[in-house]
Design a binder for this molecule. Structure first.
Ligand code: BDR
Ligand code: CA
Length: 317
């Protein structure tokens, strides 16, 4: 088993990532930590607890993290995920309360308790909690195994939509992907901290689109299939209308799929730089020479969806 803490802002694709991790035979989810991002902290924390209830897993603790970025106000992505973050999906009532530590404290305490480099962080939202954890205990740089982050876009692959519309390097601005853009100052601190990072950027996650045939497969899942497919359809509408793609990109589950089956991904070693500040290139990520980080630039799409589907089946029995 690999022990994983999932730092998340659920979020439709976050929900699929969490369920997929819960159903995995190879990952053990130690905790969920939440971060204000797709919608406000209180709502994403409620969603995290509801998702665990859906899977009958109140044993997995939830810790609330930062309400917003280090130094700028929070700008949510409710136009993509709905006002409640899950397009109105009726989640069961929470079976537990959030734990007493903050997300950053929990990350540091767990890193100190686990055998060195055995704890994996799966980062599915803005990197604020990770930056705060590194400020609290810089020593965790040497204690964490490679940290896998959904973030960034490098422009090596863009979705060609209907009518030739092109998704740019970013999904918030021409240059920036949401998680990095939302707290670019935190992302910059984290990439420069010495931590070993693996990036799953848009270049990869735009290859995992929920097409109609994949929706049908998800709709066939026991009990929750209908609701999950409906939520995914609403989530996909934003990218479909903006870019004419065949469906919504299942960004975050790639982080868990990478942790579970890294052989599904083609990666390059590089040093990633993040543009911070208020300029037009805020949140832009670039590949530099150097080898501190790893960046996934391609994925076996069929293998990814088979793994996700299999894990969902296990999580929702
Ligand atoms: C990322 O932004 C969020 O809206 C998604 O949940 C994902 O983590 C994609 O840019
Ligand atoms: Ca997310």
């Amino acid at each position: 088993y690999d022990c994983v803490i999932i730092d998340t802002d659920p979020g439709v694709d976050d929900m699929f990532a969490i369920l997929s991790a819960l159903g995995s035979k190879r990952l053990r989810v130690k905790a969920l930590t939440t971060i204000g991002g797709n919608v406000e902290l209180e709502q994403v924390t409620r969603n995290a607890l509801g998702i665990l209830a859906m899977a009958g897993r109140p044993d997995v603790p939830v810790y609330a993290g930062a309400a917003g970025p280090l130094s700028v106000p929070l700008r949510t992505a409710s136009e993509v995920h709905g006002d409640d973050g899950l397009h109105g999906l009726a989640l069961p009532a929470p079976l537990a309360q959030p734990g007493r530590w903050s997300a950053a404290e929990l990350i540091c305490r767990t890193a100190r308790k686990c055998p060195p480099r055995s704890l994996r962080l799966a980062c599915l939202g803005p990197l604020t909690n990770v930056a705060l954890a590194l400020r609290l205990d810089p020593g965790i740089v040497d204690l964490l195994g490679p940290v896998v982050v959904m973030g960034g876009g490098f422009g090596t692959y863009t979705v060609q939509g209907q009518g030739g519309a092109l998704v740019s390097q970013g999904n918030v601005t021409q240059w920036a992907e949401f998680n990095i853009w939302a707290d670019a100052e935190a992302a910059q601190e984290v990439v420069n901290s010495g931590l070993e990072l693996v990036f799953i950027p848009l270049d990869t996650s735009h290859r995992t689109l929920v097409t109609e045939d994949r929706l049908v497969r998800i709709a066939g899942l026991e009990t929750w299939g209908g609701g999950l497919a409906e939520t995914l359809r609403a989530y996909g509408a934003w990218t479909r209308s903006r870019c004419g793609t065949a469906g919504g990109p299942l960004h975050d589950p790639n982080v868990l799929a990478y942790l579970e089956s890294p052989e599904l991904y083609e990666t390059v070693q590089a040093t990633v730089a993040v543009e911070a500040g208020a300029g037009p290139e805020r949140g832009r990520t670039t590949l530099g020479t150097g080898s501190r980080h790893r960046v996934a630039l391609n994925v076996d799409t069929g293998g990814f969806f088979d793994l996700v589907q299999q894990n969902l089946e296990m999580a929702l029995v």
